[in-house]
Ligand binder design. Structure first.
Ligand SMILES: Cc1cc2nc3c(=O)[nH]c(=O)nc-3n(C[C@H](O)[C@H](O)[C@H](O)COP(=O)(O)O)c2cc1C
Length: 176
């Protein structure tokens, strides 16, 4: 199932078809626990800086650690810029990086849709963006693999109510 999910994710469109997405699939409980502990250190530092009460910090740390360790499979989605084009000017280099990020995000959405097709549940979490180096060090992944998101995948414990969407009038302009 996971192989199917990853294969579907790789059919996302990508800028110049460079396919800058990389995946780390974690089902080992000990790896999940090491990762959760390591990420919690960064998270605790950030929450302490925010001035949150210690009890609130501990509650948030527990919640995020539990989400990682209780997911049957955690899929880390990374961005690899090494095969993208390089430009001497900042403007085009920034655009190239944005293209790569958009491509990786497209793969993330395909991944979630593929999870759904397999009748599994999946959640997109952005925390890797706040702990990129910690994750690279803990999982011993190449420094060109920049963690972007993690997906918690497994059989759904329940089916949540659909979340609302803004009406089209608010978010679209029709130029007839
Ligand atoms: C870039 C991105 C980052 C997200 N980060 C998180 C997250 O850290 N934790 C979480 O519970 N959900 C996260 N989500 C899921 C959103 O909260 C969710 O998609 C949104 O609330 C709409 O709900 P729905 O997808 O169930 O319709 C993220 C989604 C995206 C696209």
């Amino acid at each position: 199932m996971i192989q199917n999910i990853l294969a579907t994710a790789t059919f996302a469109p990508s800028a110049h078809n460079r396919q800058p997405w990389r995946f780390v699939v974690i089902s080992s409980q000990s790896v999940k626990e090491n990762l959760a502990e390591a990420m919690a250190i960064d998270f605790e530092r950030d929450l302490t800086r925010d001035g949150l009460l210690p009890e609130k910090i501990q509650a948030q740390l527990k919640r995020s650690k539990d989400r990682i360790t209780s997911a049957p499979v955690v899929i880390l989605l990374c961005l690899d810029m090494s095969e993208m084009d390089s430009y001497p000017d900042e403007n085009r280099q920034h655009a190239e990086r944005m293209m790569a990020i958009q491509s990786v995000a497209a793969a993330g959405l395909q991944l979630l849709l593929a999870v759904h097709v397999e009748r599994l549940g999946g959640v997109w979490a952005c925390w890797p963006l706040f702990a990129q180096e910690t994750i690279q060090g803990t999982l011993n992944i190449h420094e060109s693999w920049e963690p972007q998101a993690m997906f918690f995948v497994g059989y759904s414990a329940d089916i949540p109510e659909p979340r609302g969407r803004k009406p089209l009038e608010e978010i679209a302009v029709f130029m007839r």
